[in-house]
Design a protein around this ligand. Sequence first.
Ligand SMILES: NC(=[NH2+])NCCC[C@H](N)C(=O)O
Length: 565
Amino acid sequence: MGVQHHSSTTSVSSSSSRSFLSSFCSAALRRKPIELTPSSSASSGGLERRLGVFELIFIGIGASVGAGIFVVTGTVARDAGPGVAISFILAGVACILNALCYAELSTRFPAVVGGAYLYTYSAFNELTAFLVFVQLNVDYHLGSASIARSLAGYCVTLLQLFPFLQGNYPSWIGHGKELFGGVVSLNLLAPVLLAVLTAVLCYGVKESSAVNSLMTAFKVTVVLFVILIGAFEVDVSNWTPFAPNGFKAIVTGATVVFFAYVGFDAVANSAEECRIPQRDLPIGILGSVLVCITLYVCVCLVITGMVPYQILGTDAPLAEAFTAKGLKFASVLISIGAVAGLTTILLVSLYVQSRSYLGLGRDGLLPSVFAKVHPSRHTPVNSQIWVGIVAAILAGIFNVTQLSHILTIGTLASYSVVSACVVTLRWKEKGDIHASKMCISSWCGGVTCLVVVAVSGFAAGACYRFGGPFILLLIFFLTAVASAAALYFRQVYAETPGFSCPGVPFVPIISVFFNIFLLAQLHEEAWYRFVIVSFISVGIYAFYGQYNETSAITDHYHTISTDDA
Ligand SMILES: NC(=[NH2+])NCCC[C@H](N)C(=O)O
């Protein structure tokens, strides 16, 4: 793809800009071949396969159970009433659709790290994959920093419960100190916590997973405790009226509590560290979502049954409900559970990020330093330290907790793309079997259908947000279903090896629809951030990624090693 040389300067510049554009386009549209058999192993410079099905379920739960259930429940319950349980069921169903798509893709790509980025690279193209990576990781970078700050705040508050620790240090080390008129907000404890977790993650995946499992077990115990002890305090009269503000408040609640389920996708990033990926990854993904749905719905019923929903607090609703019942000890326990919750979410977030950096480093879309795996610890040390440093700088200097409204957009966008991947990867198989001409027309028709689904999802979301008529919502939904039907009659859908998402193309398409519906509910600043980050990433790709993608690294996926577990 070299630049052609001409005698006149104008023609040089016009032809080089044309060749820049054509090289950009052909690079952006490259795809990665699918590799089905687990080929990477510790001895071939890959990660170590040490995780079993329980560790995977714990990673999923570890990444999910946190602020969503410990805090957001209260905010939503004040509006939706006891019907908040229905909100959690609705959001849980939407999440299951996503999880089914993730589960199928995780068994299709059991060999290496990459998750959403890898699926997109194979199903769509290089540029889309790069965009998915950046959007998702902006969420993760800001999210980790923000969780680290909340955690630091909680720790300081908890430490002050011990009399001998009071006053021995300034509380701003965990709560933040505003400087330069609030531009800077200094926090010392957050970077320290990040450094400790980064060290654990660099030390080894088995050790990190043990820490995660232990703390996840603790937070799940706290949640079970809330359910069991709380169940004795339930007064069923508190459940009436069940939906004081009608179904609309319940649906709005569902768009908010979807956040509580975000995290199951972390399991997909363990593909290269899992002993029997094709079997265990789908179990890990679906299992963790099902556990979360059960826990969340029970917590909602118990909490709204314990006290009238109007008096539930918005900061620490679970703890406050127990305090209101005179069970003060329970509220301390719940606060410790929340700390454990935040810690595991942080641990898994840092873990997931390092694995996706590793994937891009290997592919050359990012500098190869990110691809280094420690020879004896078998962890991606450089990527791990990098994500730790980025989070520590953000958490140490800025009050990132104020940015929560611009997060989740990257996660929801990547969930949408991943669901769409299931559709394209299935129809590609028919294209591969038949003539390539058929494949191209089929591809264009299919992409058109997906675009129609995305647009109708957004239109429905906007209509809901701005109070449009229900009939319009229904029309948009039916348009999406009609697109799915068009795809269904146009393509043949082959079953996949391992876990197959049922009801293709309907399930993935409805999943795309709901995700984009949710995207339309996000704060407008989240949209600005989405557009700006997309432009910057296209720029980075145009000047770095497209030239450095290395096919040699792609060969890594084809290395057949004999010593796999
Ligand atoms: N990738 C993310 N955006 N992670 C955030 C996870 C939030 C988690 N579900 C909670 O309720 O606190």
